[in-house]
Design a protein around this ligand. Structure first.
Ligand code: FBP
Ligand code: MG
Ligand code: MG
Length: 320
């Protein structure tokens, strides 16, 4: 059994990044135990407070955020962090090498129904000098590593440092992440799509046309039937895509003109795009490669279309 530590050593991941990734895995091991405790661990339910996104924070959003902040504060390699649950960048160690962006708990609406939730991390290089939000404004292609941990029947982790995508399962006896797939490959073709259909009337004509084509199935131009899935947790939907292919989309919509996009670039779209691209898939906004976007603020939102290469290409054809 090859553990995370063994694999990072055998793939010559540079020692400081190696240490940093072990710290991130540690965070997930503890959150996984809390999630498993559910009501008995007192982690269910909402708080009174709202985050910078204007969303009511769940207890576990705050607990996971505080746990990760504590662990990163104790890791001298961290120069600064940015979190979905923090209004601003949090400076840490001046001599730190890495900038960590994270979604402490993805799929918050699933917590109280005992459904899939996860954590998402993105690791960027830090420059010399005083740290500020500007230091984080780097395109996703600058990422040194990205990973998600999915807390489901088993706790699993997908990780990339740019040498392909590796999949691990948390061994409940040793609390070690053990390698289960050394080379994740997203099938090029698929007959499975994931999108929140309840937003259909608010989508742009491009996405309306594409989804309409899928729904016509065999009788339509695609000549095959498509099945639909929606886990309402990006980590869960992307894990399915990495496991058996598919297309996942959260497009722009006009439901709330002040918020034309849902998912956050720095700690949702970029790390997932890195993992999908390193598995042979594609990740786009519909008009540009997600990892080529020059960010302009830490909580920026973007449209996301990712997954099986040929299927994403089909969707992009509708976007002109
Ligand atoms: O409520 P909807 O429209 O189904 O949106 C679900 C999407 O929102 C998210 O839950 C947003 O992430 P958070 O739970 O971290 O805020 C995504 O994981 C998921 O893909
Ligand atoms: Mg999220
Ligand atoms: Mg979240």
């Amino acid at each position: 059994m090859e553990t995370l530590h063994d694999l990072l050593a055998s793939r010559n991941v540079e020692p400081e990044l190696h240490q940093m990734l072990l710290t991130l895995a540690d965070c997930a091991t503890e959150i996984s135990a809390l999630v498993r405790g559910g009501a008995l661990a007192g982690v269910l339910g909402a708080t009174e407070s709202e985050n910078v996104q204007g969303e009511t924070q769940k207890k576990l959003d705050v607990i996971a955020n505080d746990l990760i902040k504590r662990k990163l504060a104790a890791q001298p390699l961290v120069k600064a962090l940015a979190s979905e649950e923090e209004d601003h960048v949090v400076a840490s160690h001046d001599s730190g090498r890495f900038l960590i962006s994270f979604d402490p708990l993805d799929g918050s609406s699933n917590i109280d129904i005992n459904s899939l939730v996860g954590t998402i991390f993105s690791v960027l290089p830090a420059q010399q000098g005083v740290v500020s939000e500007a230091a984080f404004m780097q395109p996703g292609e600058n990422q040194l590593a990205a990973c998600y941990m999915l807390y489901g029947p088993a706790t699993v982790m997908a990780l990339t440092t740019g040498q392909g995508t590796w999949m691990f399962t948390l061994d409940p006896t040793s609390d070690e992440f053990v390698l289960v797939n050394p080379a994740v490959k997203v099938p090029q073709q698929t007959a499975e799509f994931a999108i929140n259909m309840s937003n259909q009337r608010f989508w742009q004509p491009a996405m309306q046309g594409y989804i309409e084509e899928l729904l016509q199935g065999k009788a339509g131009t695609r000549g095959k039937d498509f099945n639909m899935r929606w886990i309402a947790a990006m980590v869960g939907d992307v894990h399915r895509v990495l496991s058996r292919g598919g297309i996942f989309a959260y497009p722009t919509d006009t439901k709330d003109p002040a918020k034309p996009f849902k998912l956050r670039l720095m700690y949702e779209a970029n790390p997932m795009a890195f993992l999908v691209e390193q598995s042979g898939g594609l990740a786009s906004t519909g008009y540009e490669r997600i990892m080529a976007i020059q960010p302009d603020h830490i909580h920026q939102r973007v449209a996301v279309i990712l997954g099986s290469r040929r299927e994403v290409e089909h969707c992009l054809q509708h976007h002109g």
